[in-house]
Design a binder for this molecule. Structure first.
Ligand SMILES: *[C@@H]1O[C@H](CO)[C@@H](O)[C@H](O)[C@H]1NC(C)=O
Ligand SMILES: *[C@@H]1O[C@H](CO)[C@@H](O)[C@H](O)[C@H]1NC(C)=O
Ligand SMILES: *[C@@H]1O[C@H](CO)[C@@H](O)[C@H](O)[C@H]1NC(C)=O
Ligand SMILES: *[C@@H]1O[C@H](CO)[C@@H](O)[C@H](O)[C@H]1NC(C)=O
Ligand SMILES: *[C@@H]1O[C@H](CO)[C@@H](O)[C@H](O)[C@H]1NC(C)=O
Ligand SMILES: *[C@@H]1O[C@H](CO)[C@@H](O)[C@H](O)[C@H]1NC(C)=O
Length: 816
């Protein structure tokens, strides 16, 4: 069996279909004569194959602005690129590609500078190309007029994809791209080695050096592969040196001409074979993948930095795709490259006086469950106790992590050096594992509620140790100055309103759409995705010359013309936010009374549907969604250029992308709250059940309102139920926040998760999450932690104090 049984054939990838015909060139014979050219443009044309199945031209890359990739794609699946030119480097709008007799395909930038050509690849030299041909197989060929000889074809220069008819000989290979949106060469390679193995390897990005294989096809016959055949009928097999064949397709599968098929080496190092019906393309792609568990497979010596790179932990996610997550205390080197490794959030200092400083508490060890970084050990200490092991690592400057097992083959204390490679997390890994982090310095957190508690003399000694420090007056001052500048900026905006063009130029970084464009993109606002407080959201597709992306178009209905300035300010603020846990704004439209916002489309719907649907989501998924939401909120509160208070955090406003990452939506719409510090002249913007008590009490509205709503949301994520549920038989359970507190007091957390074994096995974290939620929903905003503290507590980087006060329900009026 080439493909593991556990792979589900029924998995649909979320490739969505365009609802309108692609604005590509009219059908042609596939023939393109010398001298013809294409220009990279939003509505540019492309060269179609005779059947219209494949297109050659400029594909606009989503979100990156006006960048285009010279590529071949399925005309019916514009986002599915099967080949690309120029080593995956996109070109600016106005670039063009031309067929010339001497050089074949020539790609030039808008100034006419030559960027790429097929010159050196032409078989039999240049000077003789007479036409190009986009074949229905997906192969683009350059031909010599006399007897139709092919002098160059895209099939001979595969990128990350193989199509039926495209086979590999010795040294033939496909290479993954760097990320889903960056097509330059990535870290993985599927390669027919000169010693006769069809192998998956990792590559070192800077030198191109190839590491040992992490997966071999036809493993029972090492060294016997002669050719990797993907024939025109759609059969895919390994042709062995003795002439026998090893089937690479699922057993019993019979290729049909009614199906599209392709094999791709994904940017996360997995070989995926896809098929889709040509006649009912709306069913999407069916897939199969190998290897089955890449996190485990990539755990042999000499595999380079492992699948996720340094200090990064591989975890098998949905569809057997690897999910990389930085170890605690570390963050991605390049936030856009999930597989690119993580850097420590703390300085790696010199080793002078290290042991003494470390023992004084400059560093600490955080325990990670089911985790290991293998082949990083530099010392084995024959220690008999966990405590000795931790002590030994803590005091050793070179020790970045340690694992301990009391018995078995790997018994003892294994000290590991930095950077840490081959990180993986798997339920089969059962050992004590700690990673070293710098002690969290809580005095950097000016709004830390526990610091306020000190002033009131309420803080107990252990809390003091953990959260000690003082409110930084300077930081508060900075925040205040920030608000002031923001206000001045806002006033300036108000004063300028000199014509549409000038006004439009004030919207930075976001694309402007005309109403007509959005009307077409949404097919006349046909498919409704949802309705929210601000208006209706429609599904749409924006495209130019074939490249297309799915978008959610939000038609704002509560906006009257006198809020022009607010709209402008919002668009700018929202447009400047970029974070992996936020839904990205792609563009906007402002025409007459119409105000529309265009966002990236989130294929997995809202957290509300996911959480309260028929299938209970897994605990680990829920944990990641909670952490992702917290990280996104922290960004809005503290890390983006203008502070954004969301004011309406609830599961309907948390969307899930194709990897089930939590993405916050609708942020920035609760307009200018930063200026309206009290709620008196502001309508209550939140949603019942999630709204912090201060909304009702003529109290200043701060970021802490979001912390409150996050607390309610966190309880919903833990319990998979809505915050208010009147239908419950047990009346005392109707209000989630009260019930959770009762369960906490009576030590009955199992009731909260409804005997979810997965969660109960993770009791330490479950308890930590419930405690964090109970602190977040405190009626007194100053007792609620900041989102920074919340993220640290959720990650286990900061202790959570026990015994939160009762978070009294709204109905209880206090003199507060
Ligand atoms: C394509 O062009 C070649 C060379 O000019 C010609 O021989 C062939 O008949 C053309 N094919 C079609 C379908 O027009
Ligand atoms: C793209 O094409 C549409 C319809 O064909 C047209 O209305 C629109 O103005 C074009 N946009 C650009 C930027 O050329
Ligand atoms: C298109 O591909 C098919 C299958 O490989 C081949 O038979 C045919 O000759 C190709 N057409 C041209 C014009 O090269
Ligand atoms: C793709 O990644 C490479 C390497 O990090 C970078 O140089 C290049 O600018 C990226 N391209 C795009 C379009 O982001
Ligand atoms: C592809 O391979 C299958 C299985 O060996 C064979 O039956 C079929 O004839 C081949 N098709 C072509 C076009 O060679
Ligand atoms: C914590 O941070 C503050 C401000 O950056 C600094 O003055 C203080 O020395 C730090 N404390 C420790 C223990 O590093």
């Amino acid at each position: 069996m080439a493909w593991p049984l556990s792979c589900t054939l029924s998995l649909l990838t979320l490739i969505l279909l365009q609802s309108t015909p692609s604005p590509v060139a009219a059908q042609n014979s596939g023939n393109i004569s010398v001298g013809q050219s294409l220009t990279a443009n939003i509505n540019g044309s492309s060269w179609l194959s005779p059947s219209g199945d494949f297109a050659f031209g400029f594909h606009q890359l989503p979100i990156t602005g006006n960048l285009f990739l010279l590529a071949i794609w399925y005309a019916n699946f514009p986002d599915t690129i099967v080949w690309h030119a120029n080593d995956g480097n996109p070109v600016p709008q106005g670039s063009s590609v031309k067929i010339t007799a001497n050089e074949g395909l020539v790609l030039t930038d808008p100034q006419g500078t030559n960027l790429w050509s097929t010159t050196s690849e032409l078989i039999g030299g240049g000077g003789s190309v007479s036409f190009g041909f986009m074949n229905d197989t997906g192969n683009f060929a350059l031909k010599r007029n006399s007897n139709n000889v092919t002098v160059w074809q895209s099939f001979d220069h595969p990128t990350d994809t193989l199509l039926p008819g495209q086979s590999l000989g010795i040294d033939g290979m496909i290479n993954s791209r760097l990320s889903e949106t960056n097509y330059t060469m990535g870290r993985f390679q599927y390669h027919l080695t000169s010693d006769g193995n069809m192998a998956l390897n990792t590559r070192d990005l800077s030198t191109g050096y190839i590491y040992s294989a992490y997966h071999i096809s036809d493993p029972a016959n090492p060294g016997q592969t002669q050719r990797y055949v993907y024939n025109e009928t759609g059969y895919m097999y390994i042709l062995r040196k003795d002439g026998s064949m090893y089937n690479m397709l699922p057993d019993g599968y019979t290729p049909s001409q009614d199906q599209y098929q392709r094999l791709i080496l994904s940017s996360d190092g997995i070989l995926i074979w896809y098929s889709a019906s040509k006649t009912s393309i709306s069913d999407g792609w069916v897939n199969r993948l190998a290897p089955e568990n890449i996190c485990i497979r990539l755990a042999a010596p000499n595999l380079g930095v492992g699948i996720c790179g340094s200090n990064n932990i591989c975890n098998l996610g949905d569809n057997n795709r690897p999910v990389c997550a930085c170890a605690q205390g570390y963050s991605l080197i390049d936030p856009n490259v999930q597989y690119g490794g993580c850097k420590p959030d703390f300085k790696l200092e010199n080793c002078e006086d290290y042991a003494a400083r470390s023992m004084k508490g400059e560093y600490s060890l955080v325990q990670l469950q089911n985790t290991d970084f293998i082949y990083n050990d530099f010392e084995r200490v024959d220690s008999r106790s966990e405590a000795d092991c931790k002590y030994s690592c803590l005091k050793d400057c070179f020790c970045a992590a340690a694992s301990f097992q009391l018995s078995g083959d790997n018994s003892g204390c294994w000290k590991k050096k930095a950077p840490l490679f081959n990180g993986r997390k798997d339920s089969t890994i059962n050992q004590n594992f700690w990673i070293k982090v710098e002690k969290v310095n809580m005095s950097n957190d000016p709004l830390n509620p526990f610091v306020t508690a000190t002033a009131k003399g309420k803080m107990t000694t252990p809390i003091k140790v953990l959260f000690g420090g003082s409110v930084s007056v300077n930081l508060l001052l900075l925040v205040a100055i920030g608000f002031g500048l923001y206000f001045i900026y806002h006033k300036k905006l108000k004063e300028s309103n000199k014509g549409q063009m000038k006004a439009l130029s004030e919207y930075n970084h976001v694309h402007y759409f005309s109403y007509q464009e959005l009307n077409e993109a949404t097919n006349g606002f046909k498919e409704e995705l949802g309705r929210g407080a601000f208006g209706v959201v429609y599904k749409g597709m924006v495209n130019g010359g074939g490249p297309s992306i799915y978008v959610a178009v939000k038609k704002l209905d509560r906006i009257s013309s006198d809020t022009d300035e607010e709209f402008k300010t919002e668009v700018n603020v929202i447009g400047q936010t970029h974070h992996k846990n936020l839904v990205q704004l792609v563009g906007f439209c402002k025409e007459g009374d119409q105000r529309l916002l265009v966002y990236e489309y989130m294929s997995n719907g809202s957290l509300a549907d996911y959480l309260f649907g028929d299938m209970r989501p897994s605990w680990i998924d829920r944990v990641q969604i909670a952490q992702g939401t917290a990280t996104g909120l922290l960004y809005l509160h503290e890390e983006c250029s203008t502070q954004i208070i969301h004011c309406d955090i609830k599961p309907q406003n948390i969307l899930l992308d194709e990897y089930h990452n939590a993405r916050i939506s609708d942020f920035g719409l609760a307009k200018l709250l930063v200026l309206n510090q009290t709620h008196t002249n502001t309508a209550i913007r939140g949603t019942k059940g999630y709204v912090a008590p201060e909304w009702f009490r003529n109290k200043p509205v701060t970021v802490k309102v979001d912390v409150y709503s996050f607390g309610v949301l966190l309880l919903e994520i833990i319990c998979c139920r809505k915050s208010v549920c009147m239908e419950l038989v047990e009346e005392e359970a109707a209000i989630l926040t009260d019930w959770a507190f009762d369960c906490y007091l009576s030590n009955k957390l199992d009731l909260l998760v409804n005997d979810d074994m997965e969660a109960l096995k993770d009791m330490i974290r479950l308890k930590r999450f419930v405690l964090v939620a109970l602190w977040c929903i405190q009626e007194d905003p100053s007792l609620r932690p900041t989102m920074r503290t919340v993220t640290q507590m959720l990650d286990g980087l900061a202790e959570v104090p026990n015994n939160p006060p009762c978070p009294s329900s709204f109905s209880v009026t206090t003199q507060y």
